[in-house]
Design a protein around this ligand. Structure first.
Ligand code: WTA
Length: 677
């Protein structure tokens, strides 16, 4: 990694200039009820006690058989946590709660249409539905332990039911965000070799009932072209008993789940006794190349970690009503809507639609009606809610004790509105920094112990030991100097590998900073997160943003290379370059620069065609803010496209010295084109 890269790509460097804010302290009322107030935790979780301290997390679960070894690092950096232990994630999230809490609500499903009733699913009902669907998966779809299945579903109660049914059988689920296109879904079907796709016919978004089944047909078609045959498509119905899509069902392949379930009523499936190190799920995420990576998460380590984070950082108690606004199709939803809260027997809210539909008060009405007391969302949603209705929260009678922010750096001003308006000055806030790869939180304050500081995620959570490296791989001990944040030690929630690509796993996250590639000692394999950060005097980390080719749009990760390769599919396109542009609500949005093939005339229609191609191949979330059809790309003499220069133009920043470029004159031409618009 060159020095320049660290500086160039982190426009969130602006964040470095946020001044250090004053502390906010948790109320004595919060501390009085908090799950974790023992200050000795940080001593107990010091590296001298590694890895044994993590057994405190594993002890939160119910095991069929205890582990033989806490950490097996013989294949470092692919680790096995709680090796030899046996458990089942579905048992831990459902069955073990039945004795005392079977009539308690596990899931509140809130449809987007306000005239539709909220569905309250008890733990007993969840047990019944998961068992029956597991029976269907086994007997009708022929799935068995170790198989992979792709799930392309919207926010619905059926989505966690599907995931937990897979977990019950030891089937590895790969959930694809419902807003992703058929083509993105197909890539994940092919990479994971899924022969079963689970979908839903339709769902509501911003007041419209969208046809979702259509994407399944298309995804299956594209997968087949790439050699992966999907022989069963299981279709849940948004309205059971009624088909809400006009895409025909294909005989022999497509099955209405709600009809077929009748053949499984009353079925009970004994949970498979999984090894702790058996994979639980894959979650694909964007990286530096066009191909998304399947992050493989294990069963025991992952579940222990997210349960501990839910208990100690989210402060979830069984009597809490907890609402995380993320989509289950992202890691936040997996860890903090489904697995963590349900393992703790909480009531977890699932909302189908848009937080501001039909108006800016909707989220607060949901909170009021369900008595939500723990709230979890991303800065992008907070900014949107603030912009559309800064006075709205005060109109509703809800009270949060705890709020989370996740996914992007949060500006101190936005943090303060969250604290005073949304939290009504009563709620503590945790700013949790983590990633798809990490399963659960890396940095955050422990809410009952450490004060909050707007704009800072906080220190490593108990058990995580972060440090910062400069571009040459030397540790930065000084405060306030930006570098690459790394973690010294492995932890149970960490992904096990990239599905089918151990080499890429090692190369992406470890190789650059590994002390000895042959070593089997975890101390030689620190984890490189891919984010820039600074550390303050008090040991709190401030996350500045990605140092690689990843753009964080509304808290969702998009690879610039993924967008570029989608643009290059359009035959008129010769070259494509994506740069992040700062956006008031979304954090960042992509701007797309295109050089057309010789002789092709630039037109508005062509720009639209390119933009549509990206939505088709990835999804609407990747839609460029603007497609600029430029006469040529600014390039170095060796022919490398200077994305930095394009980024500066899009962000109206300083393009710097461009005289060493092969074509410096083009810079001004592009600048006029973009900035005079
Ligand atoms: C960013 C989401 C600042 C970061 C859980 C990371 C954050 C990427 C924060 C992972 C935070 C996440 N403050 N930045 N609290 N949390 N990020 O995989 O750049 O979708 O690398 O996981 O989001 O995104 P991912």
């Amino acid at each position: 990694m060159s020095k320049q890269e660290v500086v160039e790509t982190t426009e969130a460097q602006i964040a470095v200039h946020w001044k250090e804010e004053d502390y906010y302290y948790p109320s004595s009322k919060f501390i009085g009820q908090a799950n974790l107030t023992d200050p000795d935790i940080f001593d107990r979780f010091s590296l001298d006690n590694f890895p044994d301290y993590f057994t405190e997390y594993a002890d939160l679960l119910t095991w069929y058989k205890s582990w033989d070894e806490v950490l097996d690092s013989s294949d470092a950096p692919c680790y096995k946590w709680f090796k030899g232990g046996k458990l089942n994630a579905s048992y831990n999230c459902i069955d073990r709660h039945l004795k005392n809490n079977k009539n308690k609500t596990a899931i509140h499903f809130v449809p987007e249409l306000e005239q539709e009733r909220v569905d309250h699913i008890t733990y007993q009902e969840l047990y019944v539905r998961v068992n029956e669907f597991a029976s269907l998966l086994r007997k009708t779809a022929g799935l068995k332990r170790g198989d992979r299945v792709t799930i392309h579903m919207p926010m619905s109660a059926e989505l966690p039911i599907t995931m937990l049914a897979c977990a019950r059988l030891g089937v590895i689920h790969s959930v694809v965000f419902g807003g992703f296109s058929a083509s993105a879904c197909a890539d994940r079907i092919v990479d994971s070799n899924s022969r079963v796709l689970i979908t839903m016919d339709a769902y509501y978004r911003a007041g419209k009932l969208l046809n979702h089944k259509v994407h399944a047909d298309e995804a299956v078609r594209i997968s087949a072209e790439q050699g992966q045959v999907v022989d069963k498509v299981l279709v849940w119905q948004r309205y059971p008993g009624k088909y809400s899509s006009d895409t025909p069902m294909k005989g022999g392949r497509d099955i209405f789940v709600n009809e077929e379930l009748k053949n499984h009523y009353g079925a009970r499936i004994a949970p498979e006794q999984m090894l702790s190190e058996d994979p639980l799920f894959l979650m694909y995420t964007s990286g530096t190349t066009g191909k998304p990576k399947g992050c493989q998460h294990g069963t025991g380590g992952y579940l222990a970690y997210v349960t501990a984070m839910s208990k100690y950082i989210q402060d979830i108690h069984p009597e809490d009503v907890y609402w995380c606004m993320a989509d289950i199709g992202w890691i936040t939803g997996h860890s903090f809507i489904v697995y963590g809260p349900l393992a703790l027997c909480a009531s977890s809210v699932i909302y189908e639609g848009v937080p501001t539909y039909p108006d800016a008060g909707r989220s607060w009405r949901i909170a009021q009606e369900l008595d939500v007391n723990i709230f979890h969302t991303a800065p992008t949603a907070i900014r949107a809610l603030r912009k559309l209705g800064p006075e709205e929260p005060a109109k509703y009678n809800y009270h949060f004790k705890h709020m989370t922010t996740v996914g992007e750096p949060i500006e101190p001003a936005v943090w303060k509105w969250y604290e005073s308006a949304v939290g009504k000055g009563e709620a503590i806030i945790v700013d949790t920094w983590w990633q798809t790869e990490t399963g659960g939180f890396l940095c955050s304050t422990v809410p009952g112990i450490k004060p909050m500081k707007p704009g800072s995620a906080g220190p490593g959570v108990p058990g995580i030991h972060p440090f910062i490296l400069d571009a040459d791989g030397i540790e930065i001990k000084d405060v306030g100097i930006a570098g690459n944040i790394c973690i010294q030690n492995p932890w149970p929630g960490m992904f096990q590998t990239i599905w089918g690509d151990r080499e890429r796993f090692v190369k992406t996250y470890f190789a650059d900073i590994c002390r000895d590639p042959k070593s089997k000692d975890w101390r030689d394999w620190p984890y490189l997160a891919g984010d820039a950060a600074t550390m303050a005097e008090d040991g709190y980390f401030r996350i500045l943003g990605r140092i690689d080719d990843v753009i964080n749009v509304s808290g969702h990760r998009l690879g610039t290379k993924e967008i570029e390769s989608a643009a290059l599919v359009v035959e008129e396109v010769a070259e494509a370059a994506v740069v992040p542009v700062s956006d008031e609500i979304k954090g960042k949005v992509p701007d797309l620069y295109i050089a057309l093939k010789t002789g092709v005339v630039p037109t508005e229609a062509l720009a639209r065609k390119i933009s549509d191609a990206i939505c088709d191949q990835i999804g609407k979330i990747a839609k460029p803010r603007k497609v600029w059809l430029v006469p040529d790309m600014p390039k170095t003499r060796s022919g490398k496209i200077m994305r930095r220069v394009l980024g500066a133009i899009s962000n109206r920043g300083d393009v710097g010295n461009v005289m060493t470029l092969a074509n410096p004159e083009i810079v001004e031409e592009i600048r006029i084109m973009v900035q005079d618009k």
